[in-house]
Structures are given as C-alpha cells and as structure tokens.
Design a binder for this molecule. Sequence first.
Ligand code: ADP
Ligand code: MG
Length: 580
Amino acid sequence: MSAVAQVIDTNSAIEAEVELTDGFHLVIDALKLNGIETIYGVPGIPITDLGRMAQAEGIRVISFRHEQNAGNAAAIAGFLTKKPGICLTVSAPGFLNGLTALANATTNCFPMILISGSSEREIVDLQQGDYEEMDQLAIAKPLCKAAFRVLHAEDIGIGVARAIRAAVSGRPGGVYLDLPAKLFSQVVDAEKGAKSLVKVIDAAPDQLPAPSAVERALEVLKSAKKPLIILGKGAAYAQADETIREFIETSGIPFLPMSMAKGLLPDTHPLSAGAARSTVLKDSDVVLLVGARLNWLLSHGKGKTWGDAPKKFIQVDIEPKEMDSNVEIVAPLVGDIGSVVSALLDGVKAGWTAPSDAWIGEIKARKEVNIAKMSQRLLKNSTPMDFHSALGALKQVIKERPDAILVNEGANTLDLARGVIDMYQPRKRLDVGTWGVMGIGMGFAVGAAVETGKPVLAVEGDSAFGFSGMEVETICRYELPVCIVVFNNNGIYRGLDTDPTGRDPGTTVFVKGSRYDKMMEAFGGVGYNATTPDELKRFVDEAMNSGRPTLINAVIDPAAGSESGNIGSLNPQSVVKKKS
Ligand code: ADP
Ligand code: MG
C-alpha cells in the first residue's frame, strides 16, 4: 500500500528506509476507517487515480455518465443508510454538475459529501487561468451545510472527519470537501500519516428532548378531540420504525404519511389517513408533526387546506430553527425522533384516552368513499392506457413485492403514483422530495440497488426520465436489478402541444411514438413495449423475477395528463392573449 523510498539523512549521512504514504492513500484510508464502503462518481482529472486506487483497496466505486446522477445516488445512499453518501467529481464543470445534487441533498436533509478535485490555489486565487479554474469552495458554501478544503496531506484525516460529522449530526445535509490536485501527490511519513487519521466517534449523537417539553406536548395531545400525526421523511430517515409504530398504535391517533414516509406503517393500516388527506388536514384540531416541515408541501400550515377550525401544532424536529417557521408551534420537541417518540410513548403508556369513535369514524367513512372511487379508475383496461390503468398494474406489483424499492418522478406520473401505489415497508418510496425536482430517477435507482441489494422499480415520466436516461448504461454495466417503466405520453404533462406558427414542434412535446425500451437494449438490457395494463404487469414481473436491467416503454394516452400534475396552481398562466 505505501511506497518505500530511500531518504538520506543529511546530518549523519546514513541511508535509512522510511515507509511513505501520500494524499491519495490517506483519503482512501480515512474513508475506510470511517466505514465508507461505496463511492459514486465520474472519473477524470485530478481524481482518476483516486477512484482506481479506492477500487483496488476494496471500496466499491460506481462510475456514472454524469455527475448529477452520481450525486443523487450518493444522496439517496445517505438517506437509506444514515451514513454520508460519497460523490466524487472532477474540478469546475464536474463539480458544478455534482453541486445540484448536493444542494438537493441539503434541502432534503440527506447526508452526503461531495468530494471534488480542484485546481491549484495559487493560480485560482490570482485568477491566472488554470485548467478548469474555479473557486469551488466559495461557490459550494451557500449551497450546502458545510464546506471544507484540505491543503496539507496531514490534515486529510481531520478534513474527512469534519465532513462526516457535519453531514450526519443534527439536521443531516450535504457537505463539500475540496481537495486540490496537488494534495494527492503530497508524500508524508506513513506512520505519521496513519496517526493523523480520525475515526469519528458517535457521529450523530442521540439528542434527548427536555422532560418539560415532552410534558407540554403530551398535555396538548391529550386535550385534542381530533388529533392527527403527520409523518415526514425525517421520520423515515430516523430508522425508529418500531417506536413510531408502537406510539401510533398505542395512542390510536390517525397518521398521514408524507410522500417518502409512506410505508413507515403500511398504507393499508387501519389508522392511515392517507386516503382522507384533505379531510384530516381540514378537520383535525391538534397536529403532531414528526420529521415533516410545514413548507409548501403542507401549504405552510395555513389557508384553505387547513380549514377554519383553530389548530394547534406540536412539532418533533432535530433542528430548533424549524420551530415557528410558518405558524406557531405550541409544543416544540427538539431532539432526535427516536428519543422524542419513545418519550412520548412512555407518556401515553402512563395514561391515555384513545381518540373518539366519531373522529375515527369520520376518517374511515371518507377513506372508503375515496378508495372505492379510485379502484374503479384503476380497473380500466383501455388502449392506449391512461395513468390510472397503468398504475393499477404497478400497485399490484408492489403489493406482491413489498420489499421492492419504488423510485418515482414526473408530473402526473408522480402525483398519481403517490396516491395509487400503496407502500408497506419503510424507506421503500424514493421520489422528487422537497424541491419536486426532476432528474433524480436513475441516480436514486442505482444508489438504492447498490445500497440495499433489493429490486428497484423506477416509475418515470418520459420527460423526467430524460434528465438521467443515459445511466441505463451504468445500470447495465453494473448489472443492477432495476426495472424502469417510462410512462410515455409523448411529452411534458401531455403530448398534444403545437406551435401556433406551425414552424416547430410544440414546446412541451417529444418525438411521437418513441421507443425508450430500445435504449436499454442498446446496452444489453431487456426492453419491452407495453400497451395494456396486463402486458405491463407481466413485463414488470418478468423483470423483477430475472433481476435483469429492464426498461418498459409504457404507452400512455397523450391526452391523459393534466398541466403540472397536482400542482398546476404553482404554474402561472397568462390571461392576456395577444392579437395577431
Ligand atoms: P417531508 O417532506 O417528508 O415532510 P421534510 O424533509 O420536510 O419531510 O422534513 C424532514 C424533517 O426531519 C427536517 O426538518 C429535519 O430536520 C428532520 N429530521 C431529519 N432527521 C431527523 C432525526 N433523526 N430526528 C429528528 N428530526 C429529524
Ligand atoms: Mg410525459
């Protein structure tokens, strides 16, 4: 591992053999010492050899076709494992490509570290025009939780340790680690180098809530006539699954899962209020938020969505600044979800009256109506398929294979799949998250397959798929058990737009009748073209049984979608029509 070089002691003029190491080895040793098993990245100057050497040293190195996808894979690895996912990129353009994923990880509270090679400080700082010159540290800083640069090989241990602790402690997030090219070839005494490495102890310590805060929260909860628990992806991240389940079942309080918290308890659980979302948001009087923020996805805790009745919010979050961010939080519970919920559970066990039959009955009635309405739409066996009939087939797939991981992005494909496909296990639904960003698909699919070894079903809008579609080659190269279903409706939202001048295709449409399945075949994977729900189900089953990389082009009626899916209200439309 370390090179042996001859060093001449000039004082005594005696030749001695000293074992040496360098920046490359120290970075790899520091990552390994801290239990990092996988690196996601794109090779190139100056980190090509780092990737090669990491692979030789037993770290799994997954090379992508574009840094954003590698970054997304690292981010979702962080969400799934509570260890920082590592993304490795080249300088300037590669760094910038990775930065989108780093910013997205930070926004979603996923722990990840973007390690980028960079150019020489002396030249960058004097702006003398180095190869891929860019002040990467300065650019990364406002877009992530913390950013560090290491200039001396003997500081690599501390640099990596700080990056890991910053990523996973408190509210998790993205960290940038800048490693200039020169660092890698710096040579130091191997023994000194080994001593400089730091194994991070208790990287994300438990944070217990104050007993008075727990008491206050329990009092508010006990005063509720119509209590509701909202589970967010923070609750899924916390991996306190059993505690959360026991708390909900012991208290008998209905719960509403946010998108990536689906499956924490099965969507089919009697206390799930998923199918009565608007009713419970409107009619509840006390809402306990567990790892969910009152951001746009929850209409900021106010307005029509939440109804007129007075509402009290209790919030569990590791980040104190999250409290009162949108509305008053009458009982803030600052701490890690495992510790806080277990304290609440103790309180409930000590004395508790379950919510009234009236409240539970109201929710049950609403659920039954909505589920019945939905199941009719799912059964249609039309050609071409609409979103519902295609999703009906996929709902069945996940029901039969609850341990498969569902990756989901798109507009209609996302909004409708979220409602239609029931989840049964925690951390099995991975989607566009807080930003509602397109482009996470193949990165998440690769990251999920690599980290869990479980089959992945990626349900993709045709537009969404385009952002990361080239990674089908990566999926084939690493032979990952990923089945991609592209909902092909010829365009964004719908496939019917035209150019009023008649010159070009409409701005939201793609080539009609495209065959995305051929892309997978080009790299040795399996492609199918599905035109009916029965075909779709059969092809997905075949893919899941074989574990082979598969892409199914699902032909969807171009007229079936709606503008911006469920969030059309966020998409301004001009009311002024110009006379021509
Ligand atoms: P969703 O979009 O599903 O509602 P958000 O991403 O808005 O979820 O919220 C997740 C919240 O969970 C963040 O405010 C984050 O600080 C918090 N969080 C993440 N991990 C933990 C944890 N281990 N303990 C407590 N809170 C956590
Ligand atoms: Mg589309």
